[in-house]
Design a protein around this ligand. Structure first.
Ligand SMILES: CC(C)(COP(=O)(O)OP(=O)(O)OC[C@H]1O[C@@H](n2cnc3c(N)ncnc32)[C@H](O)[C@@H]1OP(=O)(O)O)[C@@H](O)C(=O)NCCC(=O)NCCS
Length: 283
């Protein structure tokens, strides 16, 4: 829904193509779209909670930070614990180099398409479970582990059945993701009811993954404790990828502006691995 609505804004606002607008205009378009991303998520979460009304703009305007305004737009009130949880999560996830969704944003921007097209494509890439979709699976996993009462057995069975343990492993990091440490600390400070089971599962899973592949370090990634922190703010797991998009839109925007400055089209080469040349003559 976020992906579709972000793309829709290109038409509604008649956004110009990146190849035909100035850098200042692109920056303005990205700023407007970024604010709308948060608003779309907050409004749709409000509808998801069963409300049919919207929170008046003057109530939202009282919020001092993006996280506070977001919660006011969604719930009409902003619990300071929830604000701190979302704020920390958003600061930790705003930018992270050339990950899959940022690369997607840059590819679309490189074609000269408009900012809405580039951001909506990035939202699509982010939604996958191997990227920004992971926290949506972490909380149900923690609930399952807590209910089982036996993390070791749970991990053993999960790995034996070929499952990936969500929130572990990273394409680049071969050590603990530094953001994970900050989020764990925040989860503790905010008195998360899930942090104990998360820490226990973390120890068990790290040991099991290490035993399974001694040569490959699979450590805790940002998504693991993100899920615990988002739970403090009572964010339903299916909303986790959209919450991620609200912050990562900042990183995408910076990359889109940089890509525009290069003026270069992405066109990777592919190595053909299909059948060798063959005759098409009928026998
Ligand atoms: C993030 C991720 C996609 C990186 O994948 P990757 O770069 O292919 O991973 P690596 O090269 O380090 O390791 C690949 C191997 O480790 C295993 N592996 C990687 N992450 C694993 C995990 N979380 N649980 C179990 N096994 C895992 C894979 O099954 C694969 O094993 P194989 O070679 O026997 O087939 C992967 O670690 C993953 O799926 N993690 C869970 C999802 C997640 O938390 N995503 C958020 C990322 S920030």
């Amino acid at each position: 829904m976020l992906q579709a609505n972000t793309a829709r804004l290109s038409g509604v606002w008649k956004l110009g193509k990146l190849s035909e607008i100035s850098g200042a205009q692109a920056r303005e378009d990205l700023g407007r779209l970024s604010a709308q991303v948060m608003s779309i998520v907050a409004r749709s979460a409000r509808v998801g909670d069963g409300h049919i009304d919207s929170v008046p703009d003057d109530v939202v305007a009282k919020g001092k930070t993006a996280a506070e305004k977001f919660l006011l737009r969604w719930r009409g009130e902003a619990d300071p614990r929830h604000v701190k949880a979302i704020d920390t999560y958003w600061v930790c996830t705003a930018e992270h180099g050339l990950n899959a969704s940022t690369f997607t944003a840059r590819i679309v921007a490189s074609t000269g398409a408009d900012c809405g097209a580039a951001l909506s494509a990035a939202v699509g890439a982010l939604s996958g479970p191997l990227h920004g979709g992971a926290p949506a699976y972490v909380k149900p996993m923690l609930d399952e582990v807590a209910a089982s009462g036996d993390p070791e057995r749970w991990v053993e069975e999960a790995l034996a059945s070929g499952k990936r343990i969500m929130g572990f492993g990273h394409r680049i990091y071969r050590a603990e993701d530094p953001r994970s440490r900050i989020l764990k600390q925040t989860a503790r400070e905010l008195g998360s009811p899930q942090v104990a089971v998360a820490e226990e599962l973390e120890q068990v899973a790290l040991a099991a993954l290490q035993k399974r592949s001694p040569d490959r370090v699979l450590a805790t990634n940002v998504e693991y404790y993100s899920a615990v922190v988002l739970d403090v703010a009572e964010i339903p797991p299916p909303l986790a990828p959209a919450m991620f998009a609200c912050s990562r839109v900042a990183g995408w925007s910076a990359h889109i502006l940089e890509q525009k400055r290069t003026g270069k089209l992405f066109r990777p080469n592919a190595r053909y691995v299909g059948p060798a040349p063959r005759s098409l003559e009928l026998a």
